[in-house]
Design a protein around this ligand. Sequence first.
Ligand SMILES: [Zn+2]
Length: 387
Amino acid sequence: MNTTLLKNSQKAFFLLVLLLLFVSAAPKEEERPTHVPFLDVVEYFDLNYEFHSTTGTIKLAKENRSLTLQLGSHEVYDSEGRIYHMRVPLLLSEAQILLPAGGVDIIIEHLLRLYVSWEYVDATFNTYKGPKPVRRLDQQQREKQITIPSNSVKTVIIDAGHGGKDPGGIGYNKIKEKDIVLKVAKELERELKGRLRGVEVIITRDKDIFLSLDERSEIANSANPINNPIYISIHANVSFNTNTRGYESFYLSLEPYNDDAREVASMENSVLEFEIENYNDYLREIINRIVDIEYRRESMKLAELIQEGLEENVRNESLNRGVKSAFFYVLKAVKMPSVLVEIGFVTNPEESSMLQTKEYAEKIAKGIADGIEDFTVIFSQTEGFTK
Ligand SMILES: [Zn+2]
C-alpha cells in the first residue's frame, strides 16, 4: 500500500512539473478584445444556440456537447455540470450580446475540442493552427504545384454579373457594369485556362445575354462536388459619390458587414426585379432554406486571397477596400465556396475609364487569378482545409 501511495504521489508530482513547464512555455496572449459579438462567434464556428430572454441564459451546442452561459455572469457550465470561469462577464450592450474573449477560449476547447489560436480583427474572425497564419505564397511554392493532387480544386466557375436586359450599375458616361464585367470575366477565363492545368474553367456567360440568378446557380451547382468547385462572381460597383473608388471582395454571410455592404448587397440583389414571374417563389425558397454557412470559412479565405492578389497587381492604381461579408442571393444559392468581387466603381470617372482599357482589365484578371491559384494550392496542402 505504501509503495502505491508513493507511486501516486510521484506521479502527481511529475504531472505538476509537466503542467508548470507547459504553462511557462505557452505562447503569450496576443493583444485581443475583451469581448467579441456573440453572433459572430456563433456564425464563425457554426454553433447552434438557444436564447432564453426571460432568464438571460444562452445554451450553445455542437454535436452532442453543450455549454450554458448567462448574461452578467462569469460562469460557463457544461452538460456534466462542470464550471468554467471567465475573467469578465457575458454582456448585453446596445441589443448586442458580447462574449468575453475567455468565453471564446472555453468554446474552442470544450465545445469544439479544437486546438487553435484565434484573433478578431476588423470584425472578422481568424483561427490558426500554428502561431503564424498562412500568407501569400512565393513563386517557389507555386512552382511546386505542378501536378494536381486528387484532393484539389478542379473546377472554377466564373460568373460575369448581369447581362442582356439587366445592365447592372450605370456609371460615368453611361458605361454599363454588364459590359465591364464581361470583359474582365473573359480575361480571367483565359488567364486561368493558361495557368491551371487540369482545372476545368466554366464561365456563366461569354456574351451579352440575360441569365437569371437561378440559371447562374444551376450552372455552378451542376459542377461535380467531387471536383471541389469554387465560384467567383464578377461585378462592378456604383456610388453616389463619384470620388469613391477601389475593389472589394464579399463572401456570403447572414449579417452584412456594415451599412455599405448592406447597400451593395441590396443593389446586386435587385436583379430579382427582372425575374417578376418567379420572384416570389424564389424569395420564399431562399427564406425557407435552412441557414447554410458550410462554406463560409473557405469563402472568406478565397476572398482574402483575391484581395491580396488584386493589391499586388493593381498596386496604387486603385484602392483595396478589403474583404466584407454580405447577403447575396446569387451566392446563397451556390453550394460551394463563393466570392463576389466588385472590381471597381463605374461611377468614378478615372476608374471607369481605366476599367475600359485592356491593360487594366488584364491586371484585374491577373490579380483575381493569383488569389484563385493561391487558394487551390492551400486547398491541396491542407486537404481541403481539414488539416
Ligand atoms: Zn453587379
